[in-house]
Design a protein around this ligand. Structure first.
Ligand code: PMP
Length: 405
């Protein structure tokens, strides 16, 4: 793979920041966009822009065709049995809220258990807090071990028949841990629990096959996989989607409306009220084409090479504490704490050297408490990053040590 040529598909990366070449290490928060996606958005607004589904004129037909074609692209990307199992959302957060508010409200009662883990992003915690408050269901969590993996020894005790839903993150955005999703899902299914996988950090980074994984729901965000912001998708197994009531009411999701009541379309349109993010969906389609042309296996391999190289080199910085697994496969990010600088000060220092990272709790406050750190600094990578950029990051960490000392 010619990763340097692939990197040149990203015009934004070719710039100086504070007098230094930009080193963008914040892709876990949001990835950059290749020219193919930017041009698709421009083309859409210059040539095809119109509302979808509602008219028979040429522009609306073109917009509808490109919009609906993306549903098939998403389905193929994640191995869904049908494109009707793909609901467009604003992102992972909205996908999880949709499940909590529809399936959750319909199925959970007092005494039921929602099983989560100690490494969830707030978007896979707060919707369940709200649901538990509404229904009287109880929340339980699989603890996280010191090495940043789940304490699977606790699984048999926690995964009882009271568990109606098991929702967990595929790749942790704060640890880089890759959870054994297939194994966990199989165990949850054995007790009759419905499973939801938070794929925010895995989709677009590795091959995903929801049928092989066996999950009932998978939520992810387009902006973390080269697509535009404000668009994502929720996969749901058709039998479950068909049983679920709508969440948002409005245009496009109905079959028939009278002044007194309404009937609803089948999935996925039942869950897509109002004018959708048309350009976002079409841009997501272009991102999927782009990623698949490179190959998800290739991206995964490059991710691992970058992460392993970073862990090794960063581990040599005196005073560093890296969170998450130090050996084996990890996601494309390294979160760490330095004993000589607060994450926010370090991020500012790195920024003054052109290196973009993120510091804070990364929307995982319970995990920060678990590891007794106020927050961490996170360097996160994607396939457009290079080993040279990691060298530069480590150089800046050494400079920081001198500066803060
Ligand atoms: N889950 C994980 C693991 C994430 O990393 C993120 C984004 N930081 C989310 C959920 C939420 O994604 P979004 O903000 O795109 O809805």
């Amino acid at each position: 793979m010619d990763w340097h040529r692939i990197r040149s598909d990203f015009p934004i990366l070719d710039q100086q920041v504070n007098g230094h070449p930009l080193v963008y290490l914040d892709s876990a928060a949001s990835s950059q966009k290749p020219r193919a996606v930017i041009q698709t958005l421009t083309h859409y607004y210059e040539r095809d822009n119109a509302n979808v589904h509602r008219a028979l004129h040429e522009l609306s037909n073109r917009a509808t065709e490109a919009f609906e074609a993306t549903r098939g692209k998403v389905a193929r990307l994640i191995g869904a049995a049908s494109e009707d199992e793909i609901i467009f959302t604003r992102g992972t957060t909205e996908g999880i809220n949709l499940v909590a508010n529809t399936w959750g409200t319909q199925n959970l009662r007092a005494g039921d258990v929602i099983l989560l883990t100690g490494m969830e992003h707030h978007s896979n915690l707060v919707p369940w807090h709200l649901l538990a408050q509404r229904t009287g269901a109880t929340l339980k969590h699989i603890p996280v071990l010191d090495d940043g993996t789940l304490d699977l020894a606790q699984l048999d005790t926690l995964l009882t028949e009271q568990v109606k839903l098991f929702a967990f993150v595929h790749v942790s955005n704060s640890l880089g841990t890759i959870n054994p999703a297939k194994e966990l899902i199989a165990k949850a299914k054995a007790v009759g629990a419905v499973t939801l996988l938070d794929g925010a950090q895995s989709v677009g980074h590795m091959p995903i096959d929801v049928q092989d994984l066996g999950c009932d729901f998978l939520a992810f965000s387009g902006h973390k996989m080269c697509g535009p912001t404000g668009i994502g998708a929720l996969y749901g197994r058709m039998a479950l989607l068909e049983s679920m009531p709508p969440w948002h009411g409005g245009g496009e999701m109905i079959l028939n409306v009278t002044l007194e009541g309404s009937t609803y379309k089948p999935p996925p349109h039942r869950f897509e009220a109002g004018t959708p993010d048309i350009s976002g969906v079409i841009g997501l389609g272009a991102a999927i084409d782009y990623l698949q042309a490179i190959g998800l296996e290739n991206i995964q391999r490059h991710d691992h090479n970058l992460a392993n190289y970073a862990v090794q080199l960063m581990g040599e910085v005196p005073g560093i504490r890296i969170l998450g697994p130090l050996s084996g496969h990890r996601g494309a990010l390294v979160a760490f704490h330095l004993d000589f600088a607060h994450p926010h000060d370090l991020v500012e220092f790195a920024n003054s050297h052109g290196v973009a990272m993120r510091g804070g709790h990364h929307c995982t406050q319970p995990l920060m408490r678990r590891f007794k750190v106020p927050g961490t600094t996170r360097a996160s990578f994607y396939f457009y990053n290079t080993l040279e950029e990691i060298n530069r990051l480590v150089e800046v960490l050494h400079l920081a040590r001198k500066f803060f000392a």
